[in-house]
Design a protein around this ligand. Structure first.
Ligand SMILES: O=C(O)Cc1cc(O)ccc1O
Ligand SMILES: [Fe+2]
Length: 460
């Protein structure tokens, strides 16, 4: 077997530095000379490798959005036994017959980490909600994962859409065809449609848990910056691609594919993590949320959470997202004479929130409230906002000086779609659903007094 990470030399595409830059065309070799020069598909590729293209967009997509990579591998991906269906708790049918509308605010406690029998990342996935579907490439699904066992001799590939993984407890070791990434809480990674990968809890850990946003339509992109200017929010150079890494291993290997929401397994005789070199602009990547360059008000009022958008997926309507990934990062709050936490609102977009650690400043609820690892759902039009405890403290707080919010990291998957909950998510006996969530607004005091209103009580 070749040395997986040879020393860098001037003729090698593999630099010791990170392969970075959102949307970049990058190249990486685990063995010097694995990539052909000046063409993609030579009659005989270097080192006896097979050339294979992985398309992320239609061949004819405009250059600005076209994504593809060339992989140079020990064996082409074709082949394997006939696919067999596998059971799972994943779902891609969000029709009325298969999922339920939820007009009220919903909140869930964390999905427990598995104890006892081993559960891998794929086995530990469960769908919470979604809209649209993969068949016509429109909409989103939101899943949770909880696992305690590595994916050994197994790769997962999602034909339905891109997966944004948001670890909440425990790091995930992600082996992909393009190389390896370790992704810990406060970091995220994107595994695009069709990329084979294996995600495993860190060795020796008690397990890993997190959130997954699946988008059925176009790929993630960075949000426009508009009047913010050329810098700010998630900086392109902080998105990092893995270096090529491969194993040359004969074994009973299983490839699990998700297609139209169902899992299928096919058997191979060797590891599919056999890509010795690759180049292109279609590859998995990771991003450290701690590098987010937050922009906020320096005068009054609470800007809309879109100001903290990390990644977005557009619809055909300008400015309207099929999916936004938004974080609530540590930041200075300095708005004067302002109710600083999130306001009360009814949003035409649907909001699914998670908490990576600490607390969220709109929910002071405490134990039994919005817990790390928990999640909430406020669908389009559903009234929601700060809980009574958050209102009580923030409406009396001293706003003459800045305070730093560094108490935790929450995030939101926001979509213009109208989501439905899966039967699992809606089931009060799933052990996660907080059936008392609405009580957090019950203590809101009545402050208005008609006695204090001039000219009568109704403005006439
Ligand atoms: O509902 C929420 O907590 C998310 C949210 C945060 C915010 O700062 C403004 C609007 C909004 O929907
Ligand atoms: Fe909201």
């Amino acid at each position: 077997m070749w040395e997986a990470r040879p020393p860098v030399d001037a003729t090698c595409y593999q630099a010791s530095a990170e392969l970075s830059g959102f949307g970049s065309h990058v190249a990486s070799e685990a063995v010097l000379g694995a990539l052909p020069v000046g063409q993609n598909s030579p009659q005989q590729p270097p080192l006896g490798l097979y050339a294979e293209q992985l398309s992320g967009t239609a061949f004819t997509a405009p250059r600005a959005t076209n994504q593809r990579s060339w992989l140079y591998r020990i064996a082409p991906s074709v082949g394997g036994s006939a696919s067999e269906p596998l059971p799972s708790r994943l779902q891609a049918d969000f029709s009325d017959a298969a999922a339920v509308a939820a007009p009220d605010p919903h909140r869930w406690r964390p999905l427990p980490l598995p104890t006892g029998a081993p559960v891998t990342f794929v086995e530990g996935l469960v769908t919470m909600c979604g809209a649209g579907g993969p068949a016509l490439k429109e909409g989103v699904a939101i899943h949770l994962y909880s696992c305690n066992a590595p994916m050994l001799d197994t790769a997962f590939s999602n034909s339905d859409g891109d997966l944004l993984l948001v670890p909440q407890a425990g790091a995930l070791h992600v082996v992909t065809e393009f190389g390896r990434m370790s992704v810990e809480p406060r970091e995220v990674c994107v595994v695009p449609r069709g990329v084979r990968f294996a995600a495993s809890p860190a060795a020796g850990s008690s397990g890993a848990r997190g959130y997954v946003l699946e988008t059925f339509g176009p790929h993630f992109r960075l949000p426009e910056l508009g009047p913010i200017g050329a810098n700010g929010l998630a900086e392109p150079r902080d998105f990092v691609y893995p270096h090529a890494w491969y194993e040359d291993r004969t074994c009973d290997f299983t490839v699990v594919t998700k297609l139209l929401g169902r899992l299928y397994a096919t058997k191979r005789t060797h590891s599919v993590f056999d890509v010795v070199g690759w180049h292109g602009n279609y590859a998995p990547y990771k991003y450290d949320l701690r590098r987010f360059h937050a922009v906020n008000t320096v005068s009054v009022d609470h800007p809309d959470p879109s100001i903290f958008t990390v990644l977005t997926v557009p619809t055909n309507e300008p400015g309207v997202a099929a999916a936004d990934f938004v974080i609530f990062p540590p930041r200075w709050l300095c708005a004067e004479g302002t109710f600083r936490p999130p306001y009360f609102h009814r949003n035409c977009m649907s909001e699914f929130m998670g908490l990576i650690d600490g607390v969220y400043d709109a929910k002071k609820g405490g134990k039994g409230g919005f817990e790390p690892g928990g999640c909430s759902y406020h669908g389009a039009g559903t009234p929601h906002g700060p809980d009574a405890a958050a209102v009580a403290s923030a409406s009396q707080a001293d706003t003459s000086r800045p305070t730093k919010f560094d108490g935790g990291l929450a995030f939101m998957f926001e979509t213009s779609a109208l989501l439905r909950l899966t039967p699992f998510a809606a089931d009060p006996s799933n052990g996660m659903l907080d059936t008392d969530y609405g009580a957090c607004w019950e203590g809101l005091p009545r402050l208005f007094s008609s006695a204090g209103v001039a000219n009568g009580s109704n403005g006439k």
